[in-house]
Design a protein around this ligand. Structure first.
Ligand code: AMP
Ligand code: GLY
Length: 442
């Protein structure tokens, strides 16, 4: 039996409404995939996306408002009679968008899909997440945390530690705050640099942890802070180069399902990781009405948590949502009403893959504004726009990750071959994509 938590009140107002006005925050490939999925729901009347991109414009109405400009969001929500806000990226959550809506009399009837600021600390502070995992017995790498006041202790800890060793800036550092060092001297230098402000305030505290060797995958749960529903799992490919080499990126591709995340593995994940996490959220009284993204690693068949995120992953969403058969808005509604335990998740039996096309030079310096051609030649894939803008009908690149080409297949191999074929058909100067996404799994 699940206990009700007073910090997550149900939203009876939404019961009475048949069709709702939704506001989605963000502008990447993830948000295009969310918008694409929401658009399929008969519960959605209008869909607004702030600020959106050229892809979301085909699913709803883009509005030029920044997701972290809470006052502007308020005016927009009131003017457009918004019933539900879905938060794509982590920044607004870490800055407290949930709390802003919850504590404003004019906005508190609006269901915000995403955790409170306290809940978002699971992503926003690596040290917070580690303490949480320890408290609730969730398997993760052994660690210590240090700040400027414990610099010498940290240096000694690193000197005595086995290598490789992992250093993590505590706060959000645009995905760059994790450094894996192969020798102690390099680690000490990096440690000093982090505490010295290399990542600004995000590095005021540093988590130093043991390196785990294994294979990574991602699991997503939607939770109301009491119960949860699990979405299909995925594996993403973070390195720029084929064979998982070179610099880290936001993500170069993803696949779902993940063959090694079989029933035995997923049972371990559920019992050892997901359920203790939800219990922790409940016991700590954290208001959480959104996604938990479990970044996991299988070490000789045993799952460990590498990181939590408080939102969906990108590009994982571009394979996870296409495989989700449930109405996404209905799931959000069930979550808002504390009825997730009555919901069962239905997953498409087909495999899905996504291949990300990036600008030449990414993840380092790259040009924007490059014309994109050939989208009309794509057959049998869905192209989710990431960094693209529409200038009088001409699509131009507008970011490092330009688009994600998603395909279904009877198996991973078929899905991947479709994504790759269509990735070849799209043209823009400097285009690059990895041709080996998912090949380690088939
Ligand atoms: P994070 O931002 O925490 O996801 O870390 C970025 C990447 O660093 C992860 O996806 C892993 O590939 C790697 N990583 C982080 N922590 C560890 C660890 N303890 N052992 C091995 N690899 C890690
Ligand atoms: N693909 C990893 C992330 O969204 O953080």
């Amino acid at each position: 039996m699940l206990l009700k938590n007073c910090s997550n009140p149900p939203f009876p107002y939404l019961y009475r409404k048949k069709r709702m006005n939704l506001l989605l925050l963000g502008n990447g490939g993830r948000e295009h995939a969310i918008a694409w999925k929401i658009r399929q729901s008969p519960l959605c009347s209008r869909l607004l996306i702030a600020p959106g991109n050229s892809g979301t414009a085909a699913c709803g109405e883009n509005v030029p408002v920044k997701p972290t400009d809470f006052e502007a969001l308020k005016q927009l929500a009131l003017r457009e009679n918004i019933d539900m806000v879905i938060v794509g990226p982590e920044d607004p959550l870490v800055q407290g968008v949930w709390d802003f809506f919850r504590h404003d009399e004019q906005l508190q009837h609006i269901l915000v899909v995403g955790p409170s600021q306290e809940g978002a600390r699971l992503e926003g502070s690596k040290a917070f997440a580690k303490v949480f995992m320890q408290e609730f017995g969730i398997p993760t790498a052994a660690y210590r945390e240090f700040d400027a006041g414990s610099l010498d202790e940290g240096l000694a800890y690193i000197a005595a530690h086995a290598t490789p060793i992992v250093l993590k800036a505590d706060g959000l550092a645009a995905g760059k705050g994790v450094v894996i060092c192969t020798d102690a001297e390099e680690a000490q230098q990096e440690f000093r640099a982090m505490l010295g402000g290399k990542f600004g305030a995000a590095g005021a505290r540093v988590v130093v942890e043991a390196f785990l060797s294994g294979i990574e995958f991602s699991v997503f749960a939607l939770t109301d802070g009491q119960s949860y529903a699990m979405l299909p799992e995925a594996k993403d490919y973070k390195r720029i180069g084929e064979g998982d080499t070179g610099l880290n990126t936001g993500g170069m591709g993803a696949v779902s399902p993940v063959p090694f995340a079989d029933a035995t593995m997923m049972e371990k994940v559920k019992i050892r990781i997901i359920e203790p996490t939800i219990r922790g959220i409940r016991e700590r009284g954290m208001a959480y009405q959104g996604f938990v993204f479990f970044g996991l690693i299988s070490v000789a068949g045993e799952p460990y948590v590498i990181e939590y995120n408080c939102r969906l992953g990108d590009p994982e969403t571009e394979v996870v949502l296409p495989r989700l058969e449930n109405d996404l808005v209905e799931l959000f509604l069930a979550m808002g009403q504390g009825k997730l335990q009555e919901t069962s998740i239905r997953t498409d039996v087909r495999a899905a893959s996504t291949v990300v096309l990036v600008s030449g030079g990414y993840p380092e310096a790259y040009d924007k504004g490059i014309p994109i051609y050939g989208l009309e030649k794509v057959e049998g894939s869905i192209v989710f726009h990431a960094g693209i803008k529409d200038q009088n009908g001409q699509l131009l690149s507008d970011g490092g990750r330009v688009m994600a080409v998603t395909s279904y297949g009877a198996d991973l191999q078929e899905a991947l071959s479709r994504s790759n074929t269509n990735a070849e058909r799209i043209q823009f100067e400097g285009k690059y994509f990895r041709r080996d996404i998912g090949l380690d799994l088939v």
